[in-house]
Design a binder for this molecule. Structure first.
Ligand code: PLP
Length: 412
């Protein structure tokens, strides 16, 4: 544990100047899979089959909700029945965006009017969270209400109070497992409370982005209570919109996405989507079915990812423990793609600036908050997956020096 007052500013300034002289070019910004992870799925590129076992010709139009074989393969990932699943295109983010656009333009089952006709639409946003969720709300002029996240997920006392009183709160973003960026997995009790809480808006929906459903770092996927079943049990069957994809399982941006929801929501979605497309890419879905075989095949595959990713996360934790204990705190995720670093209040933007100036690109300070505004200016999202291990180590050594420097300068 380092006491900032015990740090020698001259030696830290010197270390920083030495790093600056190295001409580093390191990028720790986005949570992309590394090339070695992508290589794990290269056999997908050799699969040239066209028909499913049940005889569907995937080269032709048809099957708006996707081939049954793909729905059966991916349903266990979200913990739902295969009939509740719709297969989408290459991106779950597109499915989430489209679901929100549809709600704005057409409304959702049980609503009085399209959301765009409401005076105000508000969304609850657990923080720190996924910047692209917040960007969607921003473009649609949806007001975002930040919700503190703790070890069991979002602060449910705060959530329950807000949704009970305010009918303009129509939705909530959740990344329920290995959340981006803190690595938190929601407790069963939190899932049950989200499913059963009283909402002033009768058409309240939860955008349940289970992007990291099977993305553990070596200990097997964490258990997560499925929201859809919990909502059905609580008498709120239409509340859950659950999303997932294989972007960080096979190929990022060239995988298969899916959404699971109630019968009424599914009918509504398919009625709208049927005007937008004649059907999803069945050939890619079939390739994934052939590649994995079954859900066990997905789990085996994710064990291989874990082996590649784990040393990078261990390196981040080791270096931070050695260099910045007492100066900052950080998450110790057992899955997902990020480490969430909290500097002392007010220093995150300075640390990012110092790092960028010596060639270590970090995600913009504040990016993990609605409107990029971190009220305590302390959170930095670290993405260790893409660079090779040796680069992760060099980048983290440099970030540690930047944290030290920002902290001692602030103490002076
Ligand atoms: N959801 C979360 C929480 C993510 O972190 C990401 C990618 O980083 C995505 C969704 C994007 O998923 P997709 O590639 O399926 O659009």
């Amino acid at each position: 544990m380092t006491d900032p007052r015990s740090l020698d500013i001259d030696s830290i300034e010197k270390k920083y100047q030495e790093l600056a002289a190295q001409g580093l070019k390191l990028d720790m910004t986005r949570g992309k899979p590394g090339a070695d992870q992508l290589d794990l799925s290269n056999k997908l590129l050799d699969i040239a089959e066209s028909h499913t076992a049940s005889g569907i010709d995937c080269r032709n139009y048809g099957g708006l909700d996707g081939i049954p074989e793909a729905r059966s393969l991916f349903a266990p990932m979200l913990g739902c029945h295969h009939d509740e699943l719709i297969i989408g295109g290459n991106s779950s983010l597109t499915l989430m965006y489209d679901a929100l656009i549809r709600a704005m333009v057409f409304g959702v089952p049980g609503c009085e009017k399209p959301w765009i006709k409401e005076e105000k639409v508000r969304f609850l946003c657990p923080v720190p969270g996924y910047d692209r969720h917040f960007a969607i709300c921003e473009t649609l002029n949806i007001e975002m209400i930040p919700i503190e996240t703790n070890a069991a997920g979002p602060d449910l006392d705060q959530v329950e109070k807000l949704v009970a009183d305010d009918p303009s709160i129509k939705g909530m973003w959740c990344v329920p497992k290995y959340t981006n960026p803190t690595g938190t997995t929601y407790s069963d009790s939190n899932v049950e409370r989200l499913a059963s809480m009283k909402t002033a808006a009768p058409d309240f929906r939860i955008w349940w982005d289970n992007a990291y459903a099977v993305h553990h770092l070596g200990s097997g996927p964490a258990p997560l209570k499925p929201l859809l079943a919990a909502c059905q049990a609580a008498g709120n069957p239409n509340r859950a919109l659950m999303f997932g994809s294989t972007s960080k399982i096979t190929f990022a941006g060239a995988g298969v996405s899916f959404i699971a929801t109630s019968d009424a929501n599914k009918k509504d979605i398919l009625a709208r989507v049927g005007k937008q497309t004649i059907g999803p890419d069945k050939l890619n879905a079939l390739r994934h079915v052939k590649f994995f075989g079954d859900y066990e095949g997905i789990l085996d595959h994710m064990n291989k990812h874990a082996k590649l990713l784990r040393p990078k996360f261990q390196a981040v934790d080791r270096i931070f423990t050695n260099e910045i204990s007492g100066l900052a705190t950080w998450s110790k995720p057992t899955g997902g793609y990020f480490v969430s670093l909290d500097t002392k209040d007010g220093l995150a933007s300075k640390v990012v600036e110092l790092a960028n100036a010596i060639g270590v690109k970090l995600t913009k300070a504040g990016a993990t908050f609605p409107l990029s505004s971190d009220p305590r200016n302390r959170n930095i999202r670290i993405a260790p997956s893409l660079p090779p291990l040796e680069e992760v180590e060099r980048a983290m050594e440099a970030v540690a020096v930047c944290v030290q420097l920002a902290t001692v300068r602030a103490e002076q």
